[in-house]
Write a protein that binds this ligand. Structure first.
Ligand code: ATP
Length: 202
């Protein structure tokens, strides 16, 4: 999955609708200190489902919403849309036929939060599942920030293994296995309960 376009409205310093087109394989973002370069990476990370305000360099999630300046009032919401080229065929079946996949995350100051895939409202889990095994995602290796290479090198073998598993594309199968095991466990409990009821009736 390759990012084609990033669109931000009211996200951190990007109060007006701002579009960044990723037209080349390698692109650099340059600008003076404090102009918002890291905010662009934060926007990508946030849209992919990041749940930790600290990882977005804030104290609370609300800190991603433009909080006003001398000349502009604060925004009521932040919205980021990431558009991906869907050419690798590694997305869940229901999205296979779309040439592009647009993921949107919106947050209101009152706490309301929405996730959309191709303009259809979905759950956070759907966004996480979309990215599983693609290398993209809030926790995957698609964002290598300062110090991350060092962290990977010095990480515990089990933590490093998670990255390798994601790169090998098996994370989604492990996640599905876990879900299936949970369902089997619940079914087992239900069977026990039914057995008890039947025994009581007899
Ligand atoms: P450097 O080169 O120093 O690392 P940078 O270009 O990466 O800087 P960022 O850290 O992306 O800059 O942006 C910092 C700017 O974003 C600051 O001016 C800060 O006031 C502004 N900013 C962050 N959050 C918000 C917000 N919620 N509302 C308005 N502005 C914000």
């Amino acid at each position: 999955m390759k990012i084609k376009k990033l669109e931000m409205i009211g996200f951190k310093s990007f109060v007006d609708r701002t579009i960044v087109n990723f037209e080349h394989d390698v692109m650099g973002i340059v600008g003076p200190n404090g102009c918002g370069k890291s905010n662009i990476v934060d926007a990508i990370r946030w849209c992919m489902g990041e749940q930790s305000a600290k990882h977005l360099r804030g104290r609370a999630m609300e800190d991603v919403i433009f909080n006003g300046s001398e000349s502009r009032a604060a925004n009521e919401f932040a919205e980021v849309t990431l558009t991906f080229e869907n050419d690798a065929g590694d997305v869940p079946l229901e999205y296979k036929d779309y040439p592009e996949i647009a993921v949107t995350r919106r947050l209101n100051r009152n706490g309301d939060s929405d996730y959309l895939i191709n303009k259809t409202q979905v759950r956070l889990k759907d966004v996480t599942d979309l990215f599983l095994g693609t290398g993209v995602g809030a926790k995957a290796y698609s964002i290598i920030e300062q110090g991350k290479v060092g962290l990977i090198v010095s990480a515990k073998p089990e933590d490093r293994r998670l990255l390798i598993e994601e790169a090998a594309g098996i994370t989604k199968y492990k996640s599905k296995k876990k879900q299936a095991e949970r369902k089997m466990e619940m079914t087992q409990q239900n069977l026990l309960r039914v057995g008890d009821i039947v025994a009581e009736i007899e």
